[in-house]
Write a protein that binds this ligand. Structure first.
Ligand code: GLC
Length: 544
C-alpha cells in the first residue's frame, strides 16, 4: 500500500448518505464495503487511495453522529464493529487507506462520562466537563454563543450550575485540562489505530482550548444582523490559544506517531473577522512542536475564495511561501458542512476548481458526490434533519442540502436505498449519477478519474516543487510543478470569456483538459474556452 506521502487523495464519505443496504433509508458500513470497487477498483472507478468516514459511532444522532455516546462502538444505524473490521480489511485489500473521525471537543450528553458528571457536584467525573455557577442574577456565566445557535451554556437544575456546550446542548464540551480526560481520549485513539485504522480527522479542535478566564466575548462590529450566522456577531479570539492547543494536540499526535505511517488532520477554519488563512494555519506548520508528517491542518482557505484567478493565485502562493519541504498541504474545498462546489461556484467553474485542487502538491480531500457535480439538495420543511437548522431556522446554517444521498443510478432513490431515504433525492437526476457518468468520457467523473490517474502515476503532481507562472492575462492562473524528471504546467481560465494566453511551453503536450477542444494559436499560445483548464506535461531530457 502507498505510504501517506504517496497517497493521491482522500475521499470523504458521509456514511448516512453513501449507500444503504438494509433498506432503512440511511447509509451503512456494508454499503461502503459494497462500493469500494467504485472508490478504487477496475474500469470506471474513481481511483482514489484513501477514504475518510464521518462518525459511525454509537450516538443519539442529534448532530448526526458528532454527538458520541461510545467512542469505541458502532451505532446500529450503521452496522456493527465486525462490519467496520470487514470494511478495514476490504479497503486494505484494495490498497485504500481508512481515516476516521475523532471528536475530541465534546461527547453526547448521553455518554456515560457526562451522565456521571451531571449526576452530582462531587462525582469523580464532574471535572471532565466544564461546569460553572451562573451570575448572581442566575443568568449564564458569560455571553458565549454556541455554534449551533443560542447560548453556549445549559442550566442544570439538579446541581444549580451551567455546563458549556460550544455546539448543541446535547454536546457538552470536555475539559482538556483534566488529565484523566486526556488519558481516556488517548485510549480511544489507541483502540482504533491498533485495529489498523490509518488516520484520524480531528473535529472542531479550536474549541478544545477555552479562554480560562471565561470573560465575555466582544461584539463583532462588522456583523450584519439578520444576514449572517448569529455566531459571527461575536469575535471568537478567546478560543484556541496556541499553548493549550499544542499541549492537547501534541499529546494526541504523539500517540499517532507511535504507530507506523499514520496521520491526523485537524479541522480548523480561518475566522475572517479575526485571522486570515495563513495566520490560522501557519502555527500548525511552523510553531507547534508536532511532527508535520504526522499531523497537519486542513487548509480551508480556498473554500471561501471569490472565483478569481488572482485570489486563488495569492492564496496558493502564500501557502507555499510558508511551507517547507516536510510540510504537506491538505487542500479541502468541500465537505459535509459547506455548500457543494457546484452550488458555490457553478457547473463549469467547479470543473476548473477540481482541476486546480487535484494538481496541487499535497493531499487533496474531496467530498463524496462532488466528483459527479452534485449540487445542494432542495430540502423542504418536512425533510429538515440538521439540528443547526432546527435551532436557528432560515439563517443559512443548516447543512442538509450538502448531505443528500449519493446518486448511483436511475433506480429508485438514485440507487441509494430501497427504502425512503433520510434526505430527499432530486426528482430529476439530469445525468448526475455514477451510471450516467461512467458511460460518458466528457463527464465530471471522467475528469476526476483522469486527473486522479495522472496523480497516481506521477510523484511530480503529488510532491513536485510549486512555482507560479506569469501569464499575460489577469483571468488566467497558471503554475508549474516540477522535479528532476518532469514539469507539469497547469493553466486555468477563470473568466467566462474565451481567452488567449502564452503558456511558456513550446508545442505543449496537453494531457488533460476540463473541456474540449483546446485550441493552439501558435506554438506558445493557447486559446482557452470559458472556465477551461489544461495540464501540460514535459519530460526533462536526461541527456542534457
Ligand atoms: C465539526 C463537524 C460538524 C459538527 C461539529 C460539531 O465542525 O464537521 O459537522 O457539527 O464539528 O462536532
Amino acid at each position: 500500500m502507498n505510504r501517506w506521502t504517496d497517497v493521491n487523495g482522500i475521499y470523504q464519505i458521509y456514511p448516512r448518505s453513501f449507500m444503504d443496504t438494509d433498506g432503512n433509508g440511511s447509509g451503512d458500513i456494508s454499503g461502503i464495503v459494497d462500493k469500494l470497487d467504485y472508490i478504487k477498483g477496475g474500469e470506471g472507478s474513481l481511483g482514489i487511495d484513501a477514504i475518510w468516514l464521518s462518525p459511525f459511532y454509537t450516538s443519539p444522532m442529534v448532530d448526526n453522529g458528532y454527538d458520541i455516546s461510545d467512542y469505541c462502538g458502532v451505532d446500529p444505524l450503521f452496522g456493527t464493529l465486525d462490519d467496520f473490521k470487514r470494511l478495514l480489511d476490504e479497503a486494505h485489500r484494495r490498497q485504500i487507506r481508512v481515516m476516521i473521525d475523532f471528536v475530541p471537543n465534546h461527547t453526547s450528553d448521553r455518554h456515560p462520562w457526562f451522565e456521571a458528571s451531571a449526576s452530582s457536584r462531587d462525582n469523580n467525573h464532574r471535572d471532565w466537563y466544564i461546569w460553572r455557577d451562573g451570575k448572581t442574577d442566575g443568568s449564564a456565566p458569560n455571553n458565549w454563543l454556541s455554534v449551533a445557535g443560542g447560548s453556549a451554556w445549559q442550566y442544570d437544575e439538579k446541581s444549580n450550575q451551567y455546563y458549556l456546550h460550544s455546539f448543541l446542548k446535547e454536546q457538552p464540551d470536555l475539559n482538556w485540562d483534566n488529565l484523566e480526560v486526556r488519558a481516556a481520549m488517548k485510549a480511544v485513539v489507541d483502540f482504533w489505530l491498533s485495529m489498523g485504522v490509518d488516520g484520524l480527522r480531528a473535529d472542531a479542535i479550536r474549541w478544545m482550548a477555552k479562554d480560562r478566564s471565561f470573560v465575555d466575548k466582544l461584539s463583532n462590529p462588522n456583523y450584519r444582523d439578520g444576514q449572517e450566522d448569529p455566531y459571527h456577531s461575536q469575535i471568537h479570539h478567546h478560543h484556541g490559544s496556541a499553548d493549550q492547543l499544542r499541549t492537547y494536540l501534541g499529546g494526541i499526535a504523539a500517540t499517532v506517531e507511535d504507530y507506523d505511517d499514520r496521520i491526523m488532520i485537524f479541522e480548523d477554519y480561518p475566522d475572517f473577522s479575526v485571522v486570515t488563512p495563513q495566520e490560522r494555519y501557519r502555527p500548525y506548520l511552523e510553531l507547534y512542536d508536532i511532527n508535520p508528517r504526522v499531523a497537519m491542518p486542513f487548509n480551508f482557505g480556498g473554500m471561501f475564495m471569490p472565483f478569481q484567478a488572482t485570489s486563488f493565485r495569492d492564496f496558493i502562493e502564500t501557502v507555499h511561501s510558508y511551507l517547507q519541504d516536510s510540510r504537506i498541504p491538505v487542500y479541502c474545498l468541500g465537505n459535509h458542512d459547506q455548500s457543494r462546489l457546484v452550488s458555490r461556484f457553478g457547473q463549469e467553474q467547479a470543473r476548473l476548481i477540481a482541476m486546480l485542487q487535484l494538481t496541487l502538491p499535497g493531499l487533496p480531500v474531496m467530498y463524496y458526490g462532488d466528483e459527479l457535480g452534485m449540487s445542494d439538495g432542495h430540502i423542504t420543511e418536512e425533510f429538515i434533519q440538521d439540528s443547526f437548522e432546527k435551532n436557528n431556522p432560515g439563517v443559512g446554517i443548516g447543512r442538509d442540502p450538502e448531505r443528500t444521498p449519493m446518486q448511483w443510478s436511475h433506480d429508485v432513490s438514485a440507487g441509494f436505498s430501497k427504502g425512503a431515504p433520510w434526505l430527499p433525492v432530486p426528482i430529476e437526476l439530469r445525468g448526475v449519477t455514477v451510471a450516467d457518468q461512467q458511460a460518458d468520457r466528457t463527464s465530471f467523473l471522467a475528469l476526476y478519474q483522469n486527473i486522479l490517474s495522472l496523480r497516481s502515476k506521477s510523484s511530480t503532481l503529488r510532491r513536485g516543487v510549486y512555482e507560479t507562472c506569469g501569464t499575460n492575462n489577469e483571468h488566467v492562473f497558471s503554475y508549474r510543478l516540477s522535479d528532476k524528471e518532469h514539469v507539469f504546467t497547469i493553466v486555468l481560465n477563470f473568466s467566462d470569456q474565451t481567452t488567449q494566453c502564452q503558456v511558456g511551453e513550446p508545442n505543449p503536450d496537453i494531457i488533460a483538459a476540463t473541456s474540449q477542444p483546446v485550441s493552439l494559436i501558435d506554438e506558445n499560445t493557447v486559446s482557452l474556452r470559458p472556465y477551461q483548464g489544461i495540464v501540460i506535461a514535459r519530460r526533462i531530457s536526461t541527456n542534457s
